[in-house]
Write a protein that binds this ligand. Structure first.
Ligand code: NDP
Length: 291
Protein backbone atom coordinates (compact mmCIF):
# COMPACT_ATOMS: atom_id res chain seq x y z
CA UNK A 1 0.00 0.00 0.00
CA UNK A 2 1.49 3.39 -0.95
CA UNK A 3 1.50 6.20 1.57
CA UNK A 4 -1.48 7.96 -0.01
CA UNK A 5 -3.63 4.83 0.14
CA UNK A 6 -3.32 4.97 3.90
CA UNK A 7 -6.54 6.26 5.50
CA UNK A 8 -5.88 8.97 8.01
CA UNK A 9 -8.40 10.24 10.51
CA UNK A 10 -8.63 13.94 9.74
CA UNK A 11 -9.49 16.41 12.48
CA UNK A 12 -11.40 19.48 11.31
CA UNK A 13 -10.64 22.64 13.26
CA UNK A 14 -13.64 24.06 15.06
CA UNK A 15 -12.41 27.64 14.72
CA UNK A 16 -15.52 29.12 16.28
CA UNK A 17 -15.37 26.78 19.27
CA UNK A 18 -11.70 27.57 19.87
CA UNK A 19 -12.35 31.28 19.36
CA UNK A 20 -15.15 31.18 21.95
CA UNK A 21 -12.88 29.41 24.39
CA UNK A 22 -10.15 32.08 24.02
CA UNK A 23 -12.76 34.88 24.15
CA UNK A 24 -14.10 33.47 27.43
CA UNK A 25 -10.56 33.72 28.87
CA UNK A 26 -10.24 37.31 27.63
CA UNK A 27 -13.67 38.14 29.12
CA UNK A 28 -12.51 36.79 32.48
CA UNK A 29 -9.38 38.95 32.33
CA UNK A 30 -11.43 42.05 31.56
CA UNK A 31 -13.92 41.23 34.29
CA UNK A 32 -11.06 40.95 36.78
CA UNK A 33 -9.57 44.29 35.65
CA UNK A 34 -12.93 46.03 35.99
CA UNK A 35 -13.44 44.43 39.42
CA UNK A 36 -10.10 45.97 40.43
CA UNK A 37 -11.48 49.39 39.49
CA UNK A 38 -9.94 49.81 36.03
CA UNK A 39 -12.01 50.85 33.04
CA UNK A 40 -12.67 48.28 30.30
CA UNK A 41 -10.31 48.37 27.30
CA UNK A 42 -11.60 50.16 24.21
CA UNK A 43 -11.05 49.51 20.50
CA UNK A 44 -11.61 52.29 17.96
CA UNK A 45 -12.79 50.99 14.61
CA UNK A 46 -12.46 53.27 11.59
CA UNK A 47 -14.22 52.62 8.30
CA UNK A 48 -13.86 54.82 5.24
CA UNK A 49 -16.69 54.39 2.72
CA UNK A 50 -19.67 52.08 2.82
CA UNK A 51 -18.44 48.82 1.33
CA UNK A 52 -21.04 46.28 2.55
CA UNK A 53 -18.46 43.54 3.25
CA UNK A 54 -16.30 45.93 5.30
CA UNK A 55 -19.36 47.17 7.18
CA UNK A 56 -20.30 43.63 8.07
CA UNK A 57 -16.70 42.86 9.19
CA UNK A 58 -16.60 45.86 11.51
CA UNK A 59 -20.04 45.00 12.93
CA UNK A 60 -18.75 41.49 13.67
CA UNK A 61 -15.66 42.91 15.38
CA UNK A 62 -17.73 45.29 17.50
CA UNK A 63 -20.12 42.49 18.48
CA UNK A 64 -17.13 40.39 19.51
CA UNK A 65 -15.85 43.31 21.66
CA UNK A 66 -19.13 43.79 23.47
CA UNK A 67 -19.49 40.05 24.19
CA UNK A 68 -16.26 40.04 26.18
CA UNK A 69 -16.92 43.32 27.99
CA UNK A 70 -14.61 45.37 25.79
CA UNK A 71 -15.77 48.76 24.59
CA UNK A 72 -15.65 49.75 20.95
CA UNK A 73 -16.11 53.07 19.23
CA UNK A 74 -17.00 53.32 15.57
CA UNK A 75 -15.85 56.10 13.24
CA UNK A 76 -17.61 55.95 9.91
CA UNK A 77 -16.11 58.32 7.37
CA UNK A 78 -17.53 59.04 3.91
CA UNK A 79 -15.91 57.35 0.91
CA UNK A 80 -14.51 60.67 -0.36
CA UNK A 81 -12.57 61.35 2.86
CA UNK A 82 -9.07 62.64 2.07
CA UNK A 83 -5.96 60.98 3.43
CA UNK A 84 -5.03 64.04 5.57
CA UNK A 85 -8.51 63.95 7.14
CA UNK A 86 -8.14 60.26 7.99
CA UNK A 87 -4.63 60.84 9.39
CA UNK A 88 -6.04 63.65 11.52
CA UNK A 89 -8.60 61.28 13.05
CA UNK A 90 -5.90 58.67 13.70
CA UNK A 91 -3.76 61.30 15.41
CA UNK A 92 -6.72 62.24 17.62
CA UNK A 93 -7.28 58.55 18.52
CA UNK A 94 -3.55 58.12 19.22
CA UNK A 95 -3.71 60.96 21.74
CA UNK A 96 -6.98 59.83 23.37
CA UNK A 97 -6.08 58.07 26.60
CA UNK A 98 -9.41 56.21 26.61
CA UNK A 99 -8.59 54.42 23.34
CA UNK A 100 -6.38 51.33 23.62
CA UNK A 101 -6.48 49.82 20.16
CA UNK A 102 -7.05 51.31 16.71
CA UNK A 103 -8.25 49.36 13.72
CA UNK A 104 -8.57 50.96 10.29
CA UNK A 105 -10.61 48.57 8.16
CA UNK A 106 -8.97 47.62 4.85
CA UNK A 107 -9.26 48.01 1.92
CA UNK A 108 -9.11 51.79 1.86
CA UNK A 109 -10.50 53.80 -1.06
CA UNK A 110 -8.20 54.72 -3.95
CA UNK A 111 -6.08 57.72 -3.13
CA UNK A 112 -5.42 56.72 0.49
CA UNK A 113 -2.16 54.93 1.15
CA UNK A 114 -2.66 51.89 3.40
CA UNK A 115 1.07 52.00 4.23
CA UNK A 116 0.91 55.64 5.39
CA UNK A 117 -2.21 54.87 7.42
CA UNK A 118 -0.53 51.87 9.07
CA UNK A 119 2.45 54.07 9.96
CA UNK A 120 0.17 56.75 11.42
CA UNK A 121 -1.32 54.43 14.05
CA UNK A 122 0.63 54.63 17.29
CA UNK A 123 2.64 51.37 17.72
CA UNK A 124 1.27 51.29 21.29
CA UNK A 125 -2.30 51.01 19.95
CA UNK A 126 -1.53 48.89 16.90
CA UNK A 127 -4.26 46.27 17.43
CA UNK A 128 -3.98 45.04 13.83
CA UNK A 129 -0.17 44.88 14.13
CA UNK A 130 0.46 46.58 10.79
CA UNK A 131 2.89 49.31 11.86
CA UNK A 132 6.46 48.77 10.57
CA UNK A 133 7.76 49.00 14.18
CA UNK A 134 5.46 46.16 15.16
CA UNK A 135 6.67 44.08 12.20
CA UNK A 136 10.25 44.88 13.18
CA UNK A 137 9.60 43.68 16.72
CA UNK A 138 8.19 40.45 15.34
CA UNK A 139 11.35 40.02 13.29
CA UNK A 140 13.44 40.62 16.42
CA UNK A 141 11.28 38.23 18.46
CA UNK A 142 10.24 40.99 20.89
CA UNK A 143 6.70 41.74 19.69
CA UNK A 144 3.77 41.83 22.10
CA UNK A 145 1.23 42.85 19.44
CA UNK A 146 1.26 40.30 16.62
CA UNK A 147 -0.70 40.10 13.34
CA UNK A 148 -4.10 38.64 14.09
CA UNK A 149 -4.43 35.92 11.43
CA UNK A 150 -0.93 34.49 12.06
CA UNK A 151 -1.70 34.40 15.80
CA UNK A 152 -4.91 32.55 14.95
CA UNK A 153 -2.95 30.03 12.87
CA UNK A 154 -0.59 29.39 15.78
CA UNK A 155 -3.53 29.01 18.17
CA UNK A 156 -5.07 26.38 15.88
CA UNK A 157 -1.81 24.42 15.65
CA UNK A 158 -1.24 24.58 19.40
CA UNK A 159 -4.82 23.59 20.18
CA UNK A 160 -4.42 20.45 18.08
CA UNK A 161 -1.00 19.80 19.63
CA UNK A 162 0.76 19.78 16.28
CA UNK A 163 4.49 19.37 16.96
CA UNK A 164 6.32 22.44 15.69
CA UNK A 165 9.89 21.88 16.80
CA UNK A 166 11.94 20.59 13.90
CA UNK A 167 8.83 20.26 11.69
CA UNK A 168 8.99 21.16 8.01
CA UNK A 169 6.57 24.05 7.59
CA UNK A 170 5.66 25.40 4.17
CA UNK A 171 3.80 28.70 3.88
CA UNK A 172 2.29 29.61 0.52
CA UNK A 173 2.02 33.40 0.40
CA UNK A 174 4.37 36.18 1.50
CA UNK A 175 2.06 39.09 2.34
CA UNK A 176 2.85 41.40 5.26
CA UNK A 177 -0.48 40.48 6.85
CA UNK A 178 -0.32 36.68 6.66
CA UNK A 179 2.54 34.94 4.85
CA UNK A 180 5.55 36.74 6.32
CA UNK A 181 4.41 36.96 9.96
CA UNK A 182 3.14 33.38 10.05
CA UNK A 183 6.49 32.21 8.65
CA UNK A 184 8.32 34.11 11.41
CA UNK A 185 6.08 32.71 14.15
CA UNK A 186 6.59 29.16 12.90
CA UNK A 187 10.32 29.72 12.74
CA UNK A 188 10.32 31.14 16.27
CA UNK A 189 8.62 27.91 17.34
CA UNK A 190 11.62 26.07 15.87
CA UNK A 191 9.98 24.81 12.69
CA UNK A 192 12.06 24.80 9.51
CA UNK A 193 10.15 27.17 7.28
CA UNK A 194 9.92 27.53 3.52
CA UNK A 195 8.00 30.61 2.34
CA UNK A 196 6.59 30.23 -1.17
CA UNK A 197 4.95 32.71 -3.54
CA UNK A 198 3.70 33.07 -7.09
CA UNK A 199 7.21 32.72 -8.55
CA UNK A 200 8.13 29.62 -6.59
CA UNK A 201 9.21 26.70 -8.75
CA UNK A 202 7.98 23.13 -8.10
CA UNK A 203 5.42 24.35 -5.58
CA UNK A 204 3.54 21.05 -5.36
CA UNK A 205 6.80 19.20 -4.71
CA UNK A 206 7.77 21.66 -1.93
CA UNK A 207 4.31 21.30 -0.36
CA UNK A 208 4.60 17.50 -0.35
CA UNK A 209 7.52 17.86 2.09
CA UNK A 210 5.44 19.84 4.57
CA UNK A 211 4.49 18.52 7.98
CA UNK A 212 2.66 21.82 8.36
CA UNK A 213 1.20 23.47 5.29
CA UNK A 214 -0.23 26.99 5.51
CA UNK A 215 -2.00 28.25 2.39
CA UNK A 216 -2.62 32.01 2.19
CA UNK A 217 -2.97 32.93 -1.46
CA UNK A 218 -6.63 33.61 -2.26
CA UNK A 219 -6.43 31.09 -5.10
CA UNK A 220 -9.48 28.82 -4.67
CA UNK A 221 -8.74 25.09 -4.24
CA UNK A 222 -5.19 25.54 -5.46
CA UNK A 223 -3.79 22.93 -3.06
CA UNK A 224 -4.72 19.48 -4.33
CA UNK A 225 -4.76 16.17 -2.48
CA UNK A 226 -1.40 15.06 -3.88
CA UNK A 227 0.27 18.28 -2.62
CA UNK A 228 -0.45 17.18 0.93
CA UNK A 229 1.95 14.91 2.77
CA UNK A 230 -0.10 12.18 4.47
CA UNK A 231 -0.58 13.16 8.10
CA UNK A 232 0.26 16.84 7.55
CA UNK A 233 -1.48 19.66 9.40
CA UNK A 234 -3.08 21.86 6.74
CA UNK A 235 -4.08 25.40 7.62
CA UNK A 236 -6.20 27.05 4.98
CA UNK A 237 -6.22 30.81 5.47
CA UNK A 238 -7.51 31.72 2.01
CA UNK A 239 -11.11 32.75 1.52
CA UNK A 240 -12.51 33.61 -1.88
CA UNK A 241 -16.14 33.93 -2.87
CA UNK A 242 -16.91 31.60 -5.76
CA UNK A 243 -20.53 31.46 -7.02
CA UNK A 244 -21.75 32.94 -3.74
CA UNK A 245 -19.85 30.42 -1.60
CA UNK A 246 -16.67 30.91 0.42
CA UNK A 247 -13.92 28.70 -0.91
CA UNK A 248 -10.48 28.11 0.58
CA UNK A 249 -7.07 27.70 -1.05
CA UNK A 250 -7.19 23.98 -0.26
CA UNK A 251 -9.42 21.38 -1.85
CA UNK A 252 -11.09 20.60 1.48
CA UNK A 253 -12.73 17.30 0.46
CA UNK A 254 -9.48 16.04 -0.99
CA UNK A 255 -7.65 16.79 2.25
CA UNK A 256 -10.09 14.62 4.25
CA UNK A 257 -8.56 11.23 4.95
CA UNK A 258 -5.13 12.51 4.00
CA UNK A 259 -4.30 15.44 6.31
CA UNK A 260 -4.11 15.04 10.08
CA UNK A 261 -5.71 18.45 10.54
CA UNK A 262 -7.58 20.70 8.14
CA UNK A 263 -9.19 24.07 8.74
CA UNK A 264 -12.50 24.81 7.00
CA UNK A 265 -13.01 28.10 5.14
CA UNK A 266 -16.10 28.90 7.25
CA UNK A 267 -15.62 28.90 11.00
CA UNK A 268 -11.95 28.10 10.55
CA UNK A 269 -9.24 30.72 10.87
CA UNK A 270 -11.69 33.67 10.47
CA UNK A 271 -13.15 33.65 14.03
CA UNK A 272 -9.65 33.23 15.45
CA UNK A 273 -8.47 36.31 13.54
CA UNK A 274 -11.17 38.45 15.19
CA UNK A 275 -10.33 36.92 18.56
CA UNK A 276 -6.69 37.91 18.20
CA UNK A 277 -7.74 41.49 17.49
CA UNK A 278 -9.43 41.43 20.91
CA UNK A 279 -6.33 39.82 22.42
CA UNK A 280 -4.09 42.53 20.95
CA UNK A 281 -6.36 45.33 22.19
CA UNK A 282 -6.32 43.91 25.71
CA UNK A 283 -2.56 43.44 25.48
CA UNK A 284 -2.06 47.03 24.24
CA UNK A 285 -4.19 48.27 27.14
CA UNK A 286 -2.24 46.28 29.73
CA UNK A 287 1.13 47.34 28.30
CA UNK A 288 0.20 51.04 28.14
CA UNK A 289 -1.54 51.14 31.52
CA UNK A 290 0.93 48.76 33.22
CA UNK A 291 -1.89 46.63 34.63
P1 NDP B 1 -2.20 38.81 -0.76
O1 NDP B 1 -2.91 38.91 -2.08
O2 NDP B 1 -1.61 40.03 -0.16
O3 NDP B 1 -1.03 37.73 -0.90
C1 NDP B 1 -1.22 36.54 -1.58
C2 NDP B 1 0.09 35.79 -1.62
O4 NDP B 1 -0.16 34.58 -2.30
C3 NDP B 1 1.20 36.52 -2.36
O5 NDP B 1 2.41 36.41 -1.65
C4 NDP B 1 1.28 35.80 -3.71
O6 NDP B 1 2.58 35.74 -4.26
C5 NDP B 1 0.85 34.40 -3.31
N1 NDP B 1 0.28 33.70 -4.46
C6 NDP B 1 -0.72 34.12 -5.26
N2 NDP B 1 -0.95 33.21 -6.23
C7 NDP B 1 -0.08 32.21 -6.03
C8 NDP B 1 0.20 31.01 -6.70
N3 NDP B 1 -0.49 30.64 -7.78
N4 NDP B 1 1.17 30.22 -6.23
C9 NDP B 1 1.88 30.58 -5.11
N5 NDP B 1 1.67 31.72 -4.44
C10 NDP B 1 0.71 32.51 -4.89
O7 NDP B 1 -3.25 38.12 0.22
P2 NDP B 1 -3.30 38.04 1.83
O8 NDP B 1 -2.05 37.46 2.35
O9 NDP B 1 -3.79 39.31 2.37
O10 NDP B 1 -4.49 36.98 2.00
C11 NDP B 1 -4.38 35.68 1.46
C12 NDP B 1 -5.71 34.98 1.55
O11 NDP B 1 -6.07 34.87 2.92
C13 NDP B 1 -6.87 35.73 0.89
O12 NDP B 1 -7.77 34.79 0.38
C14 NDP B 1 -7.51 36.49 2.03
O13 NDP B 1 -8.87 36.75 1.79
C15 NDP B 1 -7.33 35.47 3.13
N6 NDP B 1 -7.33 36.05 4.46
C16 NDP B 1 -8.12 35.45 5.39
C17 NDP B 1 -8.15 35.92 6.67
C18 NDP B 1 -8.99 35.22 7.67
O14 NDP B 1 -9.22 35.78 8.72
N7 NDP B 1 -9.44 34.00 7.39
C19 NDP B 1 -7.40 37.10 7.07
C20 NDP B 1 -6.50 37.61 6.05
C21 NDP B 1 -6.51 37.08 4.79
P3 NDP B 1 3.39 37.04 -4.77
O15 NDP B 1 3.90 37.69 -3.53
O16 NDP B 1 4.45 36.48 -5.61
O17 NDP B 1 2.39 37.87 -5.49
Amino acid sequence: MSDHDEKIETEVLDGLGLANQIRAELAEEIEALVAEGHRAPCLAVVLVGDDPASRSYIKGKQRACSRIGMQSIEHLLPGDTSEPKLLELIDQLNRDDDIDGILVQLPLPDGISAARVAEAVSPEKDADALHPNTSGQLLAGTATLISCTPLGVMAALNHHEIPLEGANAVVIGRSNIVGKPVSLLLQQSNATVTMCHSRSRDLSEICRQADILVAATGRPRMVKADWIKPGAAVIDVGVTEVDGKLVGDVDFEAAMGRARLITPSRRGIGPLTITMLLRNTLRAYRDRKHV
